[in-house]
Design a protein around this ligand. Structure first.
Ligand code: EPU
Length: 446
């Protein structure tokens, strides 16, 4: 048993190499990723990140891994000593990218209070928490959870979870920051964003810089790293429309891997990270493809009428659209800083055309959207409101009075109380409409 544990703690990646006859050192971060430290002058390093986007580079990494040619293997201690012997010279364009190989938490904080780190604000504590600010920090926390045999939870903005009990293990609090433009040509801008950046702050930074396409997603709570998990969406735009790729670290091996658009299998509030690849990866950065000349997307919902109310309908800019979305959201969604909530608690149910015909027969005014797949999406908010729950309150929990999809926590309540309310709503909607609702919010410790 002890041996098995010791083996499990040793991650496969990074692997460390040195080029014989030179002072360059390498960390193989995954089958397609290498970080190279090249000596500069007598004291510094210059750091290059290589991604094998073509076959020759992939072979170069594989040869390095196999120590063929002039590559020699280093232990992690040998590598650390070599790196620490010189100062790092970080390329200036790598804003906020934490390249310091020795930067990781080294220690956990214990009895970590979670109420103020999750937007529902339900009291709960975690046995331990590691604040991670770099890829190295992620690997350190993964090893620490394995070493202690603690269950691991990855927490971003805490805007999509409901805590039912204290967390018995380690919380990895994602704090990898930074925005880096990696490509710019004509109107096209590609940028990578650290998983720990706040989603709304990133949307506003992009909009203010003229990197357009995300403005309809303003004010969605949460972190950038969580956004691809459920392909966040609002007002006719989804993350997948501007997604380029993401990089994630494998929880078992420590390998860094890039996932492009197709591999992520995005769907309505869905991705591979909620399906086959669930709980296998830690997303560390996301790359977006933006466009200075992106078309304005104003057809959806109340955007057009809000732009009219703002007096800019004829001359609206991307920034105006972001402002309109913020106005609409503020008018009907509660601010988590004032009233605990996790946005939409339920997903809009997607049902077959036959099932829809049955609902329609009894409820001709049911709000619905036909999907390309032939299925039909219903507005869960409408179903819940028609069932009479909008504005309902029992003790410290309730249903928001301006958007029935949102459960609210007035303070002092528990996850179990909110979950009881959610279950009552699901049962009632099933009874009245024959439609099964599903929570969108992740339930922890049920
Ligand atoms: N409706 C009601 N009563 C309600 C709420 C909605 O009758 O209390 C009906 C209305 O007819 C409305 C329709 O439902 O026209 C759709 O409502 P809305 O446009 O507000 O959007 P939604 O389907 O309720 C989804 C997302 C929101 C996102 C909005 C806007 C889901 C689960 N939710 O809500 O996302 O902001 O569209 O695009 O898909 C979130 O995920 O936290 C979130 C807020």
């Amino acid at each position: 048993m002890r041996c098995e544990l010791a083996r499990a703690m040793e991650m496969t990646f990074p692997k460390y190499r040195k080029l014989a006859g030179s002072n360059s050192v390498y960390a193989i971060e995954g089958t397609h990723h290498v970080t190279e430290w090249q000596p500069m002058g007598s004291e510094g390093w210059i750091v290059h990140r290589h991604f094998a986007s073509d076959y020759p580079r992939f072979v170069w990494i594989r040869e390095m891994e196999q120590c063929s040619g002039d590559f020699e293997s280093l232990t992690s201690n040998e590598w650390k000593e070599l790196i620490a012997a010189r100062h790092e010279h970080q390329p200036t364009e790598a804003i906020g990218r934490n390249l310091d190989p020795l930067s990781h938490p080294e220690e956990c904080s214990f009895n970590w209070a979670m109420a103020e780190r999750t937007t529902f604000g339900v009291e709960a504590s975690a046995r331990a928490c590691a604040e991670v600010r770099s890829d190295a920090g992620v690997r350190w926390a993964l090893c620490e959870a394995q070493r202690q045999t603690w269950p691991l939870m990855i927490l971003g903005g805490g805007s999509n979870i409901l805590m039912h009990s204290d967390w018995p293990g380690l919380v990895m609090h994602m704090n990898i920051r930074g925005v880096e433009v990696i490509y710019e040509e004509g109107n096209v801008v590609h940028a990578t964003v650290g998983a720990g950046e706040n989603w709304h702050d990133w949307v506003m930074l992009a909009t203010q810089n003229g990197w357009h396409g995300l403005e309809n997603l303003a004010l969605i709570p949460g972190s950038v790293g969580a956004s691809p998990m459920q392909n966040i969406g609002a007002y006719g735009v989804e993350l997948k429309d501007r997604f380029l790729w993401l990089e994630a670290i494998n929880r078992e091996t420590g390998a860094l891997q890039r996932f492009d658009h197709e591999v992520c299998q995005f769907g309505y509030r869905q991705s591979i990270f909620k399906a086959e690849e669930r709980e296998r990866w830690v997303i560390v950065r996301v790359a977006f493809a933006l466009d200075r000349d992106a078309p304005l997307c104003t057809e959806y919902g109340a955007i057009q009428s809000e732009l009219e109310a703002m007096g800019v309908a004829e001359s609206a800019t991307h920034f105006d659209v972001a402002q309109a979305v913020m106005n609409i959201r503020r008018s009907k969604l509660p601010d988590p800083n004032e009233l605990g909530n996790a946005g939409s608690f339920f997903k809009n149910p997607v049902i077959s055309r036959e099932a829809f015909q049955k609902v329609l027969a009894n409820h001709p005014d049911v709000v619905h959207y036909a999907l390309e797949s032939g299925q039909v999406k219903l507005a869960a908010g409408w179903l819940i409101e028609q069932a009479g729950w909008k504005g309902y309150r029992k003790g410290s929990c309730g249903v928001h009075d301006r958007q029935a999809l949102v459960l609210v926590h007035y303070g002092g309540g528990t996850g179990a109380e909110l979950w009881n309310l959610a279950q009552s709503i699901m049962e009632d909607v099933k009874l009245k409409f024959g439609v099964q609702l599903e929570p969108e919010v992740n339930q922890v410790g049920v």
